[in-house]
Every structure is written in C-alpha cells, then in structure tokens.
Design a protein around this ligand. Structure first.
Ligand SMILES: Cc1ncc(COP(=O)(O)O)c(C=O)c1O
Length: 404
C-alpha cells in the first residue's frame, strides 16, 4: 500500500524506522546542556537514556579518549588487554564481586547472564533450567532478552519466545516462595533493582533481602540487571547496595562508558567460573577504547564525588517536583532514587516528549504514562531547579487539557 500523500517526507529515508523520532538533531553538548543543529539549547534531563554519566564533552574524559584513540582502539580478545583487567578489578572492588565478562550493550550483558544461569543449571544436572523473571521487566530486544522482558508490546510479532522463564510480580515474596515450592528446575532469579523501561518501579529493600535469602536457601543465582540503575545513578555505585546485599551476577552497560558502548557482567564466586573457553565471546567486547572509557568514567565519578552529587541533587530534584506538583490532579506518584526519577500521570503522556523539547528540556516517557528523568550525574542543584521550572508547568498544562 502507498503511504498517504499528506505524510511529510522523512528526513531519514534510509534509516530503518525502529524509533519514533522527534524532528530535531543534536549537534554538540557541554556539561548538562546540548544544542541542536539550528542552535537551540536544551537542558539534558535524559542523558542519552541514562548513558551520559559525565554529561557532554567532559574536560577530563575527552583528552583521555583522544589519547586512547591515538594509541589503540581495538586489538582482539586473542591477546591480553591490560585495560580489561584494570576495569574488571575496579568493578570487583566496587561491587565486592570477583570476575567480569565484557561486551558492548545491555542486552548482550543480559544475554551472557542468561547463558551463565542456564549453564549453572546444566552443571548441576538440570537439563531444562528455569529462570524467574518479572512483570513489567525490561532486559533488551534480542530474542532471549525480549522473552525475559515482561512487556507484551516488546514481544509482539517475535514469537516463538525463548522458553525457560517463570514470571512473577515485583515485591511479592509469597509469589516467589510459591515458585520455590513448586518448580524444581529453577536456577536463578533475574530482576532490575529499579525497573526502568517498566516505569521506574523500585524493588523494595526488604524484597531484595528476601530474594537474596531465598536464592541462598535454594542454591539459585541472584542476577540483578543494573544496566540502567547502576554506575552511581541512585547515589551508590550499584542500586542493590542500598539493601546491603550482593548479587551473584550483575549485568551493567549504559552509564559505564559515558557514551562509549561498554557492557559488563560482574560475577561473584558462585558464577565466576561457570563460563569457560569457547562458551561465550564477542568481537568488540572489552576493546581498549571501551575499557578506557569505563576506567575513566569510574575514576572521574570518584574524583568528583558524583555518588554524593547524584544522591543530594536527586533528592533536591525530587523535592522540587513534589513541591510544585503537590495536589495537582492527575499526578499519581513521584518515585525512584537519586537521579533516576519517574513521575507517573493518570494518562498516557508521550506527547510531553515533544512539548518538553520545545520548551528546551530533554526527557523521556516510559510505560506510556511515566515521565522519566535520568540526567547526567554531574547535574547541579541549579540545573535541577531549572528542570523543575520547565517541567512542572508543562505537566500542569497537559493535565488541564482533555481527560482520557
Ligand atoms: C534494565 C535494562 N536492561 C537492559 C537494557 C538493554 O540495554 P541495551 O539497549 O544497551 O541493549 C536496558 C535498556 O534500556 C535496560 O534499561
């Protein structure tokens, strides 16, 4: 069928339409600000979807990456990569875990985690291992990770899905206990500490502690997807650290390389040696440029005290939003932690993406009705105040419009 003649010509006719895009192109950035090709300036409340940890053009990151590009971008995993050991050692120090597999994206990290769980089961003599996953979860868009994802929209059209997943609701210990009683082939529990794409839904501290206990009792692996909520975003290095627990397997990506693609699966002793030579690999994983980006990102987070900044500016942002939106009909809840915040409205609000961009603010809308803020961890109090000042009037105006 021909497209209706009234549709405007696409500015990107050769790019596959897997994203609905706003008609603007970003050209450059500095700190928490970005400029489009027309010269319009935006405050970055999105951070490239929780990726640009250090904002844009960070004065310490840029020269380090330039130096690395001039030395060696890629070598191959046939040889030792000293920067891999350097980044792995740092991630182990920060997490208390013991070894790391490197890849390039979140779905790849999760795919590796799922393979670890299955092989962990096979090594114990379980031929058809099962992994507990969650309603509203998001783990990526490969066939296995979309099967683990708890969103029918992400799965639609891609069946048959990968088998071997058992789904439960978040924060429901009784549901997990029931699985434990009824299913002998379970080998792992796999969840996000704060569900990102699912609408900024935090796992409760007590729930995480209960899941850790159940995993220990049953000999299951606890696998925490910290792709979105990890790397300082909540004010601790990893979001699960607020619950005082340690996972066995922790996939990371997004913020780890400040925009350079880096994925990692950090494993504790029970999972560290499940995969051996020939079991898994990826060409780009752990290349020197990616590793340098990871090493420098973690170093700069430490040097600049960005965990404390994420916690305190995040709290100020949340308080500002709460103050401005108090009593506004249609605001259901403000939730999240540090610089990972969601404002749930009582109706789908995707159009706020465009309205916010027009007003000079980058943000996203997830799970249809949740406005998501995941800005760079360098956000200042004043910039947090500006986010509140731009966003809250937009929300009020939107909610004053026709009800759903
Ligand atoms: C929690 C979580 N896991 C995995 C992914 C997939 O990461 P990627 O898009 O890098 O494949 C995402 C992406 O949004 C995510 O939020």
């Amino acid at each position: 069928m021909n497209a209706p003649e009234t549709l405007p010509a696409s500015p990107e006719p050769h790019v596959m339409k897997t994203y609905g895009r706003l008609p603007l192109a970003l050209s450059y950035g500095k700190g928490c600000w970005v400029w489009d090709t027309e010269g319009k300036k935006y405050l970055d409340g999105l951070g490239g979807i929780a990726v640009n940890t250090l904002g844009h053009a960070h004065p310490k990151l840029v020269p380090a990456l330039q130096e690395q590009i001039g030395k060696l971008i890629h070598s191959s995993n046939y040889y030792l990569v000293p920067l891999q050991e350097q980044l792995a050692a740092k991630l182990c120090e920060l997490s208390g875990l013991s070894s790391v597999f490197f890849c390039s994206t979140g779905l790849e990290a999760n795919e590796a985690a799922l393979k670890i769980a299955r092989k962990f089961g096979h090594d114990k003599g379980i031929d058809r291992p099962e992994i507990v996953v969650y309603e509203k979860a998001f783990h990526g868009r490969s066939i296995a990770t979309l099967s683990a994802t708890g969103n029918p929209k992400v799965q639609a059209g891609f069946g048959p899905l990968v088998e071997g997943f058992v789904r439960v609701p978040l924060n429901d210990v009784a549901a997990l206990d029931k699985v434990a009683r009824e299913r002998a082939n379970v080998v792992a529990v796999f969840l996000e500490v704060i569900q990102g794409e699912g609408g900024i839904n935090p796992a409760k501290v007590e729930y995480l502690q209960a899941v850790r206990r159940i995993c220990d009792e049953r000999g299951w692996l606890l696998m925490l997807d910290e792709v979105q909520c990890g790397i300082g975003r909540t004010g601790k290095w990893f979001a699960h650290q607020w619950a005082g627990i340690r996972p066995d397997v922790m996939p990371l990506a997004k913020g780890l390389g400040s925009g350079v693609p880096v994925g990692a699966v950090v494993c504790g002793p029970r999972a560290a040696s499940v995969l051996g030579p020939g079991n898994h690999g990826t060409t780009f994983g752990g290349n020197p440029l990616a590793m340098r980006a990871g090493v420098e990102t973690l170093r700069i987070i430490e040097e600049e005290g960005l965990l404390a900044n994420a916690a305190s500016v995040g709290e100020a942002l949340r308080a500002g939003l709460a103050r401005e939106l108090e009593g506004v009909a249609g605001v259901v809840e403000i939730r999240g932690q540090g610089l990972m915040l969601g404002i749930e409205l009582n109706r789908p609000c995707g159009e706020l993406l465009g309205r916010a961009a027009q007003a000079g603010l980058m943000l996203s809308v997830t799970a249809d009705s949740v406005i998501r803020l995941v800005p760079p961890l360098i956000l200042s109090r004043d910039e947090a105040r500006q986010i509140v000042a731009i966003l809250c009037p937009l929300i009020k105006e939107f909610l004053a419009g026709p009800a759903p």
